[in-house]
Design a protein around this ligand. Structure first.
Ligand SMILES: [Zn+2]
Length: 83
């Protein structure tokens, strides 16, 4: 019997399909350019965990660990605007 070759998507640990899917989704959003909230050009890259910087205008802001904005952050911003 020939052993099936497993497709490598970057995660070597065992943890099942759910973990591997979640990991690949995070890595996809991590490595692409995002839209800048200041100049609205698609040039925002992650500096470190939770810190994002626009490569065009130099705008630096705090966001989510893997995405520039999270649902909790949007909710807190909405509350801040109302009060
Ligand atoms: Zn910008």
């Amino acid at each position: 019997m020939v052993k099936k070759k497993r497709k490598d998507i970057g995660l070597r640990v065992r943890g099942g399909a759910t973990l591997r899917k979640r990991y690949s989704r995070v890595m996809d959003t991590l490595n692409i350019y995002h839209r800048c909230p200041n100049c609205s050009s698609v040039k925002v890259k992650r500096e470190s965990i939770g810190l994002w910087e626009c490569r065009k205008c130099g705008h630096r802001f705090a966001g989510g660990a893997y995405t520039p904005s999270t649902k909790v952050g949007q909710a807190s911003r909405r509350i801040r605007v109302q009060s």
